[in-house]
Design a protein around this ligand. Sequence first.
Ligand SMILES: Nc1ncnc2c1ncn2[C@@H]1O[C@H](COP(=O)(O)OP(=O)(O)O)[C@@H](O)[C@H]1O
Ligand SMILES: [Mg+2]
Length: 139
Amino acid sequence: MEIKNILVPVDGSEGSDRAVAEAIALAEACDAKLNFLYVANINQLAINACLSDAILEAVNKAGNVILDRSMEMVPSGIDKEAFSETGSPAVVILDFADNHDTDLIIMGSRGLGVVKGVLLGSVSQYIVEQSKCPVLVVK
Ligand SMILES: Nc1ncnc2c1ncn2[C@@H]1O[C@H](COP(=O)(O)OP(=O)(O)O)[C@@H](O)[C@H]1O
Ligand SMILES: [Mg+2]
């Protein structure tokens, strides 16, 4: 299996940080490119019913901080790019994977969710079940 493009969905959680570290190690070994993707979860925000410009801007800013942090962890010499999208994270991540020649997805088993004691979060579970390409779930 040739690994040229690795998709790393990031949400700023500890699990996602561990996934970034693993992805960097693998990218170094395979000379692969890292594509970091943050998805602003608009569905969840819409529950609050007031999707003001200020809220959207705050969410985008938070995403950029998370993406910047991931990008800064990557040693020079490894190809990398940061992407920000809005929507339902699981669906957007799979769409992105399909459209960017993704050979492997590396993600955390858990994210920012508050429910503990479950092996997989809702996003990682959906991706593992539905992805067409291999998925590495970092614990
Ligand atoms: N909004 C998001 N944008 C990008 N990646 C995400 C997003 N939410 C979760 N992920 C990825 O999915 C992994 C598992 O998170 P998730 O399934 O949401 O667990 P939890 O239910 O604990 O939040 C994270 O470590 C991260 O890699
Ligand atoms: Mg989550």
